[in-house]
Design a protein around this ligand. Sequence first.
Ligand SMILES: *Cc1c(COP(=O)(O)O)cnc(C)c1O
Length: 468
Amino acid sequence: MLSTDRSLPNTGHRYIPQITSLEVPPSPNQELMPLTAQVNSNNQLEIGGCELQLLVQQYGSPLYVLDEFTLRTACSQYRDSFATYYGGESLVIYASKAWSCMAVCRIIDSEGLGFDVVSGGELYTTLEAGVSKDKIYFHGNNKSAAELELAVEAGCTIMVDNWLELKTLTQIATDHSDIPVPIMIRLTPGIECHTHEYIRTGHLDSKFGFDPNQLEEVFAYLSQQSSISCIGLHAHIGSQIFERQPHQDLAVVLVDWLQKAQSYGLPVTTLNVGGGLGIRYTESDDPPSISEWVKAVSQAVEKACQETGLPLPRLIAEPGRSLIGSACVTAYTVGSRKEIPNFHTYVAVDGGMSDNPRPITYQSVYRAVIANRMSEPLTEEVTVAGKHCESGDVVIKKATLPKTEPGDILVVLDTGAYNYSMASNYNRIGRPAAVVVYEGEANLIIERETYHNLIERDRLPERLVKHE
Ligand SMILES: *Cc1c(COP(=O)(O)O)cnc(C)c1O
């Protein structure tokens, strides 16, 4: 987990869970919390110096609470680790699909990182946030012609995924750009890793990237083009990965292809090794630290280059989850309770699959605490249910909590990645607000959707209008 030598605000005590009558599952420990989490003298959870219960009073619930210090620390850990372990030039780019919004872009841009975007909408968000074009890399396995035009006009680097895109882009670049458009080629490396099948991307049967058997033809084509300039290669093996070996294997595969691409005369000097480093959602998750991951990847690239006699390429990594996942929590208000005698207790909260679709999509497991009962003994194992009309709308199947009451503030940990960005309006529930907290100050970064927001783009044909 993150550690830091920057000083933390210190007005309370660290959270030490007290488990009394239950053994499993264990309660969340401090390691699953944002770095600034502490318990104040009222036994209330604070993050970034802000009391969660007060934040909910002010901004309502559900509420995403982003800890700026934790996010900035992860950015600097990636940056500093590459400076320490990699002998060549490097750039860390944030996979903004994890959580794309203006404030997150500003924080990460101010840390000197770049951005990976996968749609016209994410590209637009980074541009509006003032990110410079040379820091933006545009991914996607089915970019539209309109998206490619936007990208060419913005001047960002385009990660080309397939033949249709390559041909379309060559034409757009000829028509719309005076200078060669910088591109990188995404390939399918043929590497398996252990993660959920929906977030695995490196195996050969993946929808992403050129198959290895197409690559030489691609390189030959690129060597004939003057409107586009291939500056490097990219691959990404998947997400929430704890092993280092597949990332090291990937480095070897990419360096090999880099050498082949150079033999076609292409000016390829950049390698993008993707993202994928996992985070701790529960006590039993044991991913490498950011610096351990960077060290393993850097050394693998350096070793492969040494063996092939290639000069060190400019190295790009594009983490999403491991930058922002642990920096955010979601605060809910506890509502109804259903006890099925001798069997099961459900505690319902005021959100669920519309603000966090990961449990129902990937069977993801989360931990939670009760922000206003931080020192009370953990005496119950309950299922935390959402409020949607769907039996599968469960936030946490087995949560070990103190005895809760309606009105309590239940805080789900590690919700920074793929929560807001995958949120929906299912059941016409407005998406939550988000605040950023830092040194005792909270600022709204995303407004809560109102009922009006839910219908403002609905249109009624005249013949359906009700005339009283
Ligand atoms: C999703 C994705 C990432 C980021 O993955 P994380 O697991 O969030 O680090 C990076 N690159 C590409 C191409 C992706 O699709």
